[in-house]
Design a protein around this ligand. Sequence first.
Ligand code: URP
Ligand code: ZN
Ligand code: ZN
Length: 473
Amino acid sequence: MVTTLIRGGTVVSATGRQSIDVLIDGATIAALIEPGAAPFGDGLAERVDNVVDATGKYVIPGGVDAHTHMQMPFGGTTASDTFETGTRAAALGGTTTIVDFAIQTPGEHVQDTLQAWHEKAAGNCAIDYGFHQIIGDVNTESLAAMGELIDEGVTSFKLFMAYPGVYYSTDGQILRAMQKCAEIGGLMMMHAENGIAIDELVAQHLGRGETGPYFHGVSRPWQLEEEATHRAIMLADVTGAPLYVVHVSAHQALEQIATARGAGGNVFAETCPQYLYLSLEEQLGAGGFEGAKWVCSTPLRARSEGHQDQLWRYIRTGDVAGVATDHCPFCMVGQKELGIGNFSKIPNGIGGVEHRMDLMFQGVVDGRISLERWVEVCATTPARMFGLYPRKGVISPGADADVVIYDPAGHTSIGVGKTHHMNMDHSAWEGFEIDGAVTAVWSRGKKVVEDRRYLGAKTDGRFVRRELSQNLI
Ligand code: URP
Ligand code: ZN
Ligand code: ZN
């Protein structure tokens, strides 16, 4: 087994920072060693294979991105990153675990769909991965399958209050699935937008000839996110299910979540970098068909309404539990352009799995969040939320050696043109400049990234069976 000693860095955790050396032995972290201390009583010192100098740099747990959609069939096409290309890009950006979504659509057996996702991912992942299960057809059989999945390490289930006719669940179906979650200990993940009302607005805009990408955002107003979020919270309260609301973009929806949390509810929010930095006016409202790059749901919100600032505030206060990417990439050519002349046909999704750690570090540089909160929302809390802790999300003896060296004096340009590694013909983050850089990444003890070069293989990643959420009250 290869041993590596990372020396001279500052180890950052969710609770503090410490000048301490990190010893990796094989696939796990063996010890944290005071600098200068005689390191190992057990003879390990004589067999350290690699010593890495991390002076001036942060040593953090590898990122856990709890919301990705690799090769997801959606909107008449398939998300452009395969498990191979998407997880490689994730590794390059300092993320060492993803939790992707297996999808059951109406008429399908849940177990078959999970198996299909296993087949897509197995042997094709650069980093470790787990699955959530989307239940697109809540019925007696799929409810029974939810119980079986818990034993297979798939312990969270996503339902949709949006997308009628695709993944949509009625309130009755949501209630039944939540009752099941309460019974089996599963975490209910919710896409909270009132899809029935949205579809009416979409038809009205199209009827008026308002067909461009901007109207995607206008047809999904914050009120319909707030309303659905409130309804989901109430249904969770009735059933006793823990609730995790995904990709929250409206500050009013977050206020609902904060209120429920204040009342003691097991209610959690996730947001994504796109909702912190990008807006309805600037991106969705870009000229011509350009705005299609940023069509996603929930949509980007108006900067003039203050959502971005409020979302950062809720990250600081803890009412946003974690930051994931909702990585769901589509190329402009052949994919997004399906919606030229009809915004409702633009495949919904933004790619960003490669940039989350950097974009959130910029929040540290800009004084929006602390260094510790950066690690907490990007790694530790997602690991706890989704039953991966303490294997993932922490640098501690016994944990998987998923480690990132991050250089606060480095610089990352998300250049114009294809400087990224995601399988996309554009980047939603084109032109962003980050005051920091990932310099090295280990995945279960294997160095997979060094100085922006990928050293791993598509067979490095393994399926991780997850426990029940470790984050509930
Ligand atoms: O636009 C999005 N978010 N696409 C991915 C599917 C989903 O709802 O998460
Ligand atoms: Zn969603
Ligand atoms: Zn998603």
